[in-house]
Design a protein around this ligand. Structure first.
Ligand code: GDP
Length: 452
């Protein structure tokens, strides 16, 4: 089961349960069975699922639920906590610092997405002001250097490699030395992968590692291997000092839940996930925001990071101020739609927004989502300033709706749908009210608040 579907199934199970008039042992069990089924279909280990189920039963007190507390919220919180616990990868052995030279070596099996991920990792940091460089020490696979060169050229990242030299250790050392002299602060070494976990791969890895003394070794793994991820991660860890893991191909049909939970079980910290073939389809893996998105609860830290990336600096304080006042007007929605259209991979941004679950705006349907946003914006273009700035939901009466429909060439139903969407979002965004406006890099408190 694809992760977006998993999130959807869990959210549906919770919704069904909260629709029940009385929540008793039976209703709770049914809900937990539904969630467990979804997790098993995502290839999460049976034992982990069973433990999670019994933990939730232990934590959730049915008497509290009967007393009219927000049942859905209590159980959702328990599910959230348990999923976080299951996926908690711990901390990486080393975190590179901008401005200080770090050598990061990438290892993994052939086809795992290692070379692509090296460039994604470099590109991610370059966008944040680092000075990365790429070294191709993969002399095993014909075309590896060309591939790295192509990616590096596209993203304007300096690279080092050779068509003639067949000794990966020599190339790695020369590349690292060259870039150290150039004061590059993130020197990334791509090593060879092999089809099987043969001894030569591990020996070569060890040699490159000894010669270049990397500050961090990142193991790259394809998520489609599911639970087998445990053995693979373990094998690499035993051979070299793997300090962090990146799981690729979390998009598509991968049973990503299995890989993630299996890697977490080896206590290997997952630091990024690859979510597509493009350079931008690469995300920081942070367990809480990840689970939050999975359950359709939004990812405030990721979203705010995006806001800082795309909203012009002079407009940021104003936007954050408006959000913190909880006054989510149609104009604000319009402006956010404009921002979203600028933000790049639209599915990725949507899934971070509370209210837009990955299921509602699924990957692969970006065009439809984009068309929908544009349709909404056309209708809003026919609104008066008073309508756009109003916080009174009663203002939009039938005659106004009819006028907007006529003006924008859409049906009354379209306008009503857009307004319903606005109301739904306004309700969710009203939670922002009263929250301290965070500065860049200070997102965790906000994120905690929103997810609580
Ligand atoms: P390497 O042999 O480990 O260096 O793997 P490559 O970097 O050559 O990647 C193998 C294939 O996987 C290429 O077609 C990549 O475009 C693709 N790939 C890498 N990462 C991802 C990802 O996150 N999602 C998807 N869908 N494809 C990916």
């Amino acid at each position: 089961m694809v992760l977006a579907q998993l999130g959807g199934s869990i959210a549906r199970a919770l919704q069904q349960m909260s629709n029940a008039t009385i929540i008793d042992e039976k209703v709770l069990s049914e809900c937990l069975n539904e969630i467990s089924r979804a997790l098993l279909q995502s290839d999460v280990q049976f034992k982990l699922v069973r433990d999670m189920q019994s933990n939730i039963k232990r934590i959730v007190n049915l008497d509290d639920l009967a007393a009219g507390h927000n049942k859905r919220r209590i159980i959702q919180q328990a599910v959230f906590n348990e999923l976080c616990k299951m996926l908690d990868p711990g901390k990486p052995s080393f975190t590179p610092k901008k401005g200080k030279t770090s050598v990061v070596m990438f290892v993994g099996l052939q086809g795992s997405g290692k070379t692509t991920t090296c460039t994604k990792y470099a590109y991610y940091h370059q966008k944040k002001g680092w000075k990365p460089a790429l070294v191709c020490a993969d002399t095993f696979r014909a075309g590896a250097f060309d591939q790295l060169k192509q990616n590096a050229t596209k993203t304007k990242i300096p690279y080092y490699g050779s068509y003639m030299e067949s000794d990966p250790v020599k190339i790695a050392v020369e590349g690292v030395e060259t870039f150290k002299k150039e004061n590059r602060d993130l020197i990334i070494v791509d090593t060879s992968g092999r089809h099987k976990q043969e001894a030569a791969l591990f020996e070569e890895m060890r040699q490159v590692s000894e010669a270049t003394k990397p500050d961090l070794i990142i193991f790259v793994m394809d998520s489609s291997i599911g639970q087998a991820a445990f053995d693979q991660a373990q094998a690499f860890k035993q051979s070299v000092a793997v300090g962090a893991v990146i799981i690729t191909k979390m998009d598509g049909h991968a049973k990503g839940g299995g890989a993630l939970s299996a890697v977490a079980a080896t206590k290997s910290p997952v630091i990024f996930i690859g979510t597509g073939e493009h350079m931008e389809e690469f995300e920081v893996f942070d367990v809480k925001p990840f689970v939050s998105r999975l359950l359709g609860m939004g990812d405030w830290s990721g979203f705010m990071d995006k806001i800082h990336e795309v909203v012009p600096t002079d407009q940021q304080p104003e936007l954050l101020q408006k959000l913190s006042e909880g006054s989510f007007t149609l104009r604000l929605m319009y402006e956010q739609f404009q921002n979203i259209l600028k933000m790049g991979p639209i599915g990725q941004v949507f899934s971070m927004l509370p209210g837009f679950s990955a299921e509602l705006m699924p990957k692969g349907h970006e065009k439809e989502s984009q068309a929908k946003i544009k349709r909404y914006m056309t209708m809003m273009d026919s609104m008066t300033n008073a309508e756009l700035d109003s916080t009174n939901p009663k203002l939009m009466n039938d005659s106004r709706i009819m006028r907007i429909a006529r003006g924008s060439g859409r049906s009354v139903r379209d306008v009503t749908e857009m307004l319903e969407e606005y109301k739904r979002l306004a309700k969710i965004w009203s939670k922002m009210k009263g929250l301290k406006i965070p500065k860049k890099g200070e997102m965790s408190a906000l994120s905690r608040n929103m997810n609580a």
